[in-house]
Write a protein that binds this ligand. Structure first.
Ligand code: GDP
Length: 452
């Protein structure tokens, strides 16, 4: 795919700080020579050996287990040395200094994974899955990331790319031999049939990827409601049911409070805002501005109402203010006071969950409702993780297919269809990294941790 890197990188691959073992990873062409000078020999590939790590004067910096992987059979596809020494920060510093002295340089974030990608060891979405697996906040998200790493997403994308390639070949042939044996290839329905099949498969993959993205990024829910309807109580109740860690996201202000938690493995980002009240007070006005910004990026609004009053005039005003494109679920709270049963209902044509934040009634129904919003039934899990950039690429591919279909059926223009198919293929290629720009790679890998 590209020329092999000519320099050798080194970094601490395990977490910094005192630990039982620290793993320092070295990758690149200078590995055999570095091994010779650091431990006096190049171990047999894939054989753990105990060795002394020596400084320039020959005295021992540390001792530990050394593993050598010969190119191309390694994570990066290059010669790799893994040095498993004692996990003391000073020892690690000394070892890294020695490696730099021997010609390695410190690796940047994600540089090992980037090399693995550039050497065709991983597709781009698989490399991203490594970062996602490390950062996963729930068991379900972590397992989905591992499935991506195993190629679950890449395989689906590749299958679509292959189907597109075959259709392109067929279309090009139809253009080159328009009326062979009096057969009208462009108009015989075969191209349209295949195009529709690919479009359907793409839509199914898009739906799966959307689930995968939710399990990576969390479903963003903005909680709105008049004062005293029970917004804080709802948040607290959700947080208390929570088995995973609840975190207050850094950077939140007194106006916008965000909490991350998960319901049955579905990660949620709950955003509690100061509300939308118009105000003269400049600080509050800033709060209102932020609340609007939060609402604009929400996956869904939870509008908390008091079940005793139902949807009040003030609630309707709030609803009028919300962008019609963002869907709303009503949370009718305080059923202990209204005397109604917990669970799903329909108020004013909107999906409504009746709950009591005070004792937790109705929260199972709320959890099931949120999962059904992302198309996850019961305890099903997403097939893989996906990122927003993947969804954008899938959307671009779908657009190109739709345009191509129009060129075919409206204009009967095979060459224009072929061009749209090519664009669709390129968009899909960006997911796996078959088609990529340096900018994109830089952006993706710079968000990785060092040593990965
Ligand atoms: P917020 O202003 O919307 O955040 O409302 P709070 O969560 O602070 O709740 C306002 C009041 O309603 C508090 O006294 C809560 O204890 C009470 N409250 C909240 N949820 C319930 C509920 O389900 N039942 C009852 N009886 N009281 C509730």
């Amino acid at each position: 795919m590209c020329a092999a890197a000519d320099d050798t990188i080194a970094a601490l691959a395990s977490a910094p700080g005192p630990a039982g073992v620290a793993v320092v990873r070295v990758s690149g062409p200078a590995v055999p020579e570095i091994a010779q000078r650091l431990i006096g020999r190049l171990p047999e590939p894939r054989r753990a050996v105990l060795a002394r790590f020596r400084d320039a004067g020959g005295s021992t910096i540390d001792q530990g287990v050394v593993l050598y992987f010969a190119a191309p059979a390694s994570f990066t596809g290059e010669h790799v040395l893994e040095l498993q020494g004692h996990g003391g920060p000073v020892l690690v510093d000394e070892l890294l200094s020695r490696l730099l002295e021997l010609g390695a340089r410190l690796a940047g974030p994600g540089e090992f994974s980037e090399r693995a990608f550039l050497n065709d060891k991983l597709s781009l979405d698989q490399a991203e899955a490594i970062a996602d697996a490390i950062a996963a906040g729930s068991r379900v998200s972590a397992r989905a990331a591992i499935r991506s790493l195993e190629g679950a997403f890449a395989r689906e994308v590749e299958a679509l790319v292959e189907a597109l390639t075959r259709l392109r070949v067929y279309t090009e042939a139809a253009i080159d031999f328009p009326d062979e044996d009096d057969v009208d290839f462009l108009g015989d329905g075969e191209i349209e049939r295949r195009l529709s099949a690919i479009t359907r498969e793409l839509a199914a993959l898009r739906a799966q990827a959307a689930q995968g993205a939710v399990f990576r990024d969390g479903l963003r829910l903005v909680i709105l409601g008049r004062p005293n309807v029970g917004k804080s109580s709802l948040l607290n109740r959700l947080a208390r049911r929570e088995t995973a860690i609840v975190t207050d996201i850094a950077g939140t202000t007194r106006d916008v409070l965000q909490q991350q938690l998960s319901i049955d493995g579905l990660p949620l980002v709950l955003v509690d805002t100061a509300g939308l009240r118009e105000t003269e007070d400049p600080i509050e006005a800033e709060g209102v501005r932020r609340a609007r910004a939060e609402i604009a990026t929400a996956d869904r609004i939870l509008l908390v109402i008091d079940d005793r009053t139902g949807l009040s005039a003030a609630d309707r005003t709030l609803l009028d203010e919300i962008d019609a494109e963002i869907e709303v679920t009503l949370i009718a709270n305080k059923i202990d006071l209204s005397g109604r049963d917990p669970g799903m209902a329909n108020v004013d044509g909107r999906p409504t969950v009746r709950v009591a934040a005070i004792d937790g009634r109705g929260f199972d129904a709320l959890g099931a409702h949120l999962k059904s919003l992302v198309g996850i039934e019961d305890n099903a899990e997403p097939a893989f993780v996906a990122r927003r950039r993947h969804l954008v690429a899938l959307d671009r591919a779908a657009e190109a297919l739709a345009d191509g279909h129009e060129r075919l059926v409206v204009d009967g223009a095979g060459d224009l269809l072929a061009e749209e198919l090519r664009l669709a293929q390129n968009a899909l290629g960006e997911i796996t990294g078959r088609v990529s720009s340096d900018d994109l790679l830089g952006e993706i890998f710079s968000s990785f941790c060092i040593g990965k």
